[in-house]
Structures are given as structure tokens and as C-alpha cells.
Design a protein around this ligand. Structure first.
Ligand code: FES
Ligand code: FES
Length: 165
């Protein structure tokens, strides 16, 4: 039996028939909607490579059943920024060399955007590291990632990161 759901994905309404109710949001995005910017690392909630926003909150897409998200608004890395108009978090990642191979980067950026929206990290690098601890980076770009988030957060708050660091 197939299940029909409606999602808003990066601003577009998508009506989707699911033959398999066990399909994860990650597989739906990558295999049905061709949104391959969201990465599959561990597929078991341990690496954060699959982080997307669901109704504004960051989640691991590999742990969410698509069928349970009927009506939800999904934002993936493809829905963030545009060519020539990067999101402040994307711009800060570039400015601070916050990636090497780039595999973890979509998840890091989505998690950072969610974190900044949560408004809980403040300007404390240690709190940012803790709040981002679910996003692993095999290349070890953590220092740049933390600096980028501090800068993006300050930019979005209209302050100067260097004053509050
Ligand atoms: Fe989802 Fe690793 S692929 S947490
Ligand atoms: Fe390579 Fe993070 S930049 S895994």
C-alpha cells in the first residue's frame, strides 16, 4: 500500500507517493528528489552529514521516516543561498577555510544555520563546539568551522565577531 505525503521542500510543494513507509527522509531527498547535497555518511545518526532543517529545526535526515513528516517544511543545502548571494554562513565557511574535502560541509552548514536560529550558542566558542558536536568532520576542520559560525552569528546579529571573541 502506498502512502501519500505533501512536503514543502526548499519552498516548493511536493506531492510524494511512498511505496515503502520505511523510507527515510534522507533517501527520499537523495533518491526521489535528486537533492544529493545532503550527504549519507553513517546512515545511523552518528555523523551529522545528513543534517537538514524540518520546520526550522535541525535533524538527522537518516533517522526520520519520510511518512511521518506529512505537511512539514524541509530546507536542504540546495535551498540555502544562491549563486552570487550566499547565505552568511556559507560565506563565513569560505572565509575561514572551514572545510577540506567538503563531504561534511552541507550538514555542518545546515546545523550551523539551525544553531544560529536557536539562538543558544552566543559568542562562546566552547558552546558552539558543544552544540555542533553531532556533526563530525574527518578532515578536522573544526577550528575553521567554529570561527565561521562565530562570524556568521555576529554578522547576522549586526555585530563584529572580533569584538565578542
Ligand atoms: Fe545521518 Fe550520519 S548519515 S547522521
Ligand atoms: Fe572533509 Fe569535513 S571537510 S569531512
Amino acid at each position: 500500500m502506498s502512502h501519500s505525503i505533501v512536503l514543502t521542500v526548499n519552498g516548493s510543494r511536493r506531492e510524494i507517493d511512498l511505496d515503502d513507509p520505511r523510507m527515510t527522509l534522507l533517501d527520499l531527498l537523495r533518491e526521489r528528489l535528486d537533492l544529493t547535497g545532503t550527504k549519507k555518511g553513517c546512515d545511523r545518526g552518528q555523523c551529522g552529514a545528513c543534517t537538514v532543517l524540518v520546520d526550522g529545526r535541525r535533524i538527522n535526515a537518516c533517522l526520520a521516516l519520510a511518512v511521518s513528516l506529512d505537511g512539514a517544511e524541509i530546507t536542504t543545502i540546495e535551498g540555502v543561498g544562491r549563486e552570487g548571494a550566499l547565505d552568511p554562513v556559507q560565506a563565513a565557511f569560505i572565509a575561514h577555510d572551514a572545510f577540506q574535502c567538503g563531504f561534511c560541509t552541507p550538514g555542518q552548514i545546515m546545523s550551523a544555520i539551525g544553531l544560529i536560529r536557536e539562538g543558544q550558542a552566543g559568542a562562546d566558542p566552547e558552546r558552539i563546539r558543544e552544540a555542533m558536536s553531532g556533526n563530525l568532520c574527518r578532515c578536522g576542520a573544526y577550528a575553521g568551522i567554529t570561527e565561521a559560525i562565530l562570524e556568521a552569528q555576529a554578522a547576522l546579529a549586526g555585530t563584529d565577531a572580533r569584538r565578542s571573541a
